[in-house]
Each structure stands twice: as C-alpha cells, then as structure tokens.
Design a protein around this ligand. Structure first.
Ligand SMILES: Cc1ncc(COP(=O)(O)O)c(C=O)c1O
Length: 407
C-alpha cells in the first residue's frame, strides 16, 4: 500500500516540529494574493512589495552580461570574489568601519547574511532582542537559529525608535544579540547619529552582539546623511554589520548582501554558508562590483524620487480622517495607524485588526498593503511607496473613497 504523507503530529512522514513552529512569510503571502486576483482579471495596485520599482542601473546589467560572455560562470571563493570584497570593505570603511576584505562575507541577500550571523553566534538558550515593529523575518530567523526572540516595543509617539534607557532595561543576562535596523522596515524610523551613539554606548556596556541591519542606510530623506554603526569604535568587537545592494541599487533579484564583523564571526558565518549555499551567483558578484562604481548621482536620482513620493503619500494619508502616522525619514515605507476604523463594518464584516483593514483595502480599494501583524503590531498597515506617482495617486484616491464606505 502506498504510504500517505500527513503533515501534523505524525512521527515518521510528517514535518519537523521545528519547521511547524516557523511562520510563513506574510509579505510573500500578499504577493501571492495579488497574483491570484490579477489572474482573475482584477486591477490591483500593489503597495505591498518591498522592492524599488526602478530598473537595475544599465552599467550593472552590462557588467552581469559581460561576466557571462567572459566565462565568469564558475564557483568563486565561498565568501565572494576578492574584487567585490575589496569594494565592500572600502564602502563600509567610508562610513567609519575598519574592515579588511577577509572580514567581509558576501551572501545571497542581506537575508542570508542575517541568518548566517544568527547561526554563527546563537545557542539554544540565548535570547535575541528584537525591536518591534520589526522586519518580518527577524523573529522567524531567530527561531530557526534555535534561539528565542524577545520583543522590545517602540511606540508611534516616539516615532518608533527606542531610547538608550529603554534598551538598557530590556537587556538581561540571557540577551545574546540586539537586532537593530535603521532606517526601519516597516516604520521608516531613522535614528540620528546622536541616537545611534546612545544605543552604541548601551551595547558597549554589555556582553552582547549588535546586529545592525543597514540595508536602507542610503535611503534617507530630509537632509539626513547616511550613518552606520561602524562609526563607533567602542562596539567594534560586538558589531555584526549587514548591508546589501537590493534596496539602494534596485538589485533585489541579483541577491547580493554582505556581512562585516570581527574575523572569528566572519569565519563562523562563512562555515555555515560553505555547507549550505557556498558562493552567491558569480554573475551577480561581477554586477555588484559595477554597482559600487556607479556615480553617486545615479543613486541620488532614486533617492529624490522616493522623497517626493513619501511627501505625497504621507500628506494624502494625513488628510484622511482617522488615520495617524509618524513621518518616516528613511526606507520606502509608511506605517499608518488605522485603529480608529476598528469596529466599523464593510459588507457585514466588522474590522477588528490590521489584517481586516488590509483585506478591506484590497477588496474595496483594489490596493494591496501588508497588515501590521506581519511586523508585530495589529493597528497599522505597511504601505510601500516604491511605485509610480501615478499609481500612488490612484491608490490614495481609492483608499479615501473606500474608507467613506465604512459604517
Ligand atoms: C530590513 C530588511 N533587512 C533585510 C532585507 C533583505 O534584503 P535582501 O535579502 O534582498 O538583501 C530586507 C528586505 O526586504 C529588509 O527589509
């Protein structure tokens, strides 16, 4: 008789307890829903996706094509080609780091860099402090590293930033690592240099690692300059710096991320990578070298466009009754609070959580957003303004009209 596969609670042919405790990515779930609705012929404006709508700059694409033509299509060094690691080290050092190319590990996106780092330093009894709202993958990755996520709440009133004092109180003897992300996905909260210094000082007083995810570092507005945790010598031995080209260079599909840290950490993370994926695609590495050679004006153009869109979307949302928001100063997300609409009804269904608001917006306004539950809060939705001004204008009009339908 053919053996049956049955998922839960089955000892032999079931899934591991471990994987059943991991939640599927909710942001990817939205993408799936949008694809399905579009297949049914519905027009949906997707403000859920976390990626720049710009094409990858032409010189970067050309470098990738050249790499193929030149036969650069074989395995490379596990940590990435030296030329790329040199570029990365130079970039990180421009912002205060003091890293050698051997202290850089190139991975398949910042996502893999974070995972490698967690596996490299966490043991099963360890706790990882995650500032909430958080990027959706942090707690799941912590669990996959067999450690425990512990949440530290940042409030809308404080523009979703935690203070040094809050952090001090949250650190316990079990804390192994602080997960830090500025500018933040999903809130766009961006710490100033002084605020970063205060956080760094607290970290320096404790025996913990600081994983600074700086993937949105170059996307800052209102005259802010990109700043990195690498500039604080007091935390050099504790810092695991993560960055990548996905967001700043519109290169999400190329999968280029990296980690910079003290040598033993990099070696440990490289060991993890060497047994799982090995080097990232050789072609992407050559494209990434070209990305680091791009003129600053190329990136500035994208930044200016994002800033205009942010201004437009935040103004429109603020003009809608019952919607509150903290002005995001980085990344390309707005995180408005819609809890004033809780208790209202749409087609007999009462809205009680961000999940309901997101469902309502996709059904009544044809606009896809990500519900805050994906990021640890159930009153907000994440709107990505990495979309054309034309689409953003239609989306805001449609949201405004839809909200008026609520009873
Ligand atoms: C905060 C944050 N970190 C890391 C990543 C991963 O980026 P990638 O793996 O494309 O480099 C993302 C992507 O959405 C993100 O928002």
């Amino acid at each position: 008789m053919e053996k049956q596969f049955s998922g839960q609670n089955q000892k032999k042919l079931g899934l591991s307890q471990f994987v059943q405790a991991i939640e599927a990515s909710r942001t990817l779930a939205i993408t799936t829903k949008v694809t399905e609705l579009r297949r049914q012929g519905k027009t949906i404006i997707d403000l859920g996706a976390g990626e720049p709508d710009f094409p990858t700059p032409a010189p970067v694409c050309d470098a990738g094509i050249q790499a193929i033509r030149n036969g650069k299509t074989k395995y490379t060094h596990n940590a990435g080609i030296l030329e790329l690691r040199e570029k990365i080290a130079a970039f990180v050092n421009k912002y205060g780091g003091q890293y050698q190319p051997e202290q850089i590990l190139v991975s398949a996106g910042a996502k893999q860099s974070i995972f490698n780092a967690l596996l490299a330093v966490c043991d099963p009894d360890d706790e990882v402090l995650v500032i909430s709202p958080y990027w959706t993958s942090y707690p799941q990755q912590v669990k996959m590293a067999r450690a425990t996520p512990v949440f530290l709440q940042a409030s809308e009133r404080d523009h979703y930033k935690v203070t040094a004092e809050q952090l001090s109180k949250a650190i316990t003897p079990k804390t192994k690592l602080l997960m830090f992300n500025s500018p933040s996905n999903p809130t766009g909260a961006t710490y100033t240099k002084d605020e970063l210094a205060a956080i760094a000082d607290v970290v320096a007083q404790h025996d913990i690692y600081l994983l600074s995810d700086e993937i949105y570092m170059q996307l800052v507005y209102d005259g802010l300059e990109p700043v990195s945790m690498a500039m604080f010598p007091q935390i050099r031995s504790q810092l695991i710096l993560v960055n990548g080209l996905s967001k700043s260079h519109a290169m999400t599909g190329w999968r280029v991320g990296y980690l910079a840290a003290e040598l033993p950490i990099v070696k440990a993370a490289a060991k993890v990578q060497s047994h799982s994926t090995s080097n990232i695609t050789s072609i992407s590495q050559y494209a990434a070298v070209a990305a680091f050679e791009l003129a600053e004006t190329e990136l500035q153009k994208m930044r200016t466009t994002f800033a205009e869109r942010r201004d437009f979307v935040t103004q429109r949302l603020r003009s809608m009754p019952g919607v509150s928001l903290s002005l995001p100063q980085g990344a390309f997300y707005v995180y408005p609070n819609f809890s004033q609409y809780f208790g209202k009804k749409y087609q007999q269904k009462t809205l009680n959580a961000a999940l309901d608001i997101a469902d309502f917006l996709i059904d009544a306004a044809g606009v896809a957003v990500v519900p805050g539950e994906a990021f640890g809060s159930n009153e907000n939705i994440r709107i990505s303004y990495a979309n054309s001004m034309e689409n953003l204008a239609i989306a805001m009009d449609q949201i405004e009209v839809a909200l008026k339908k609520l009873q």
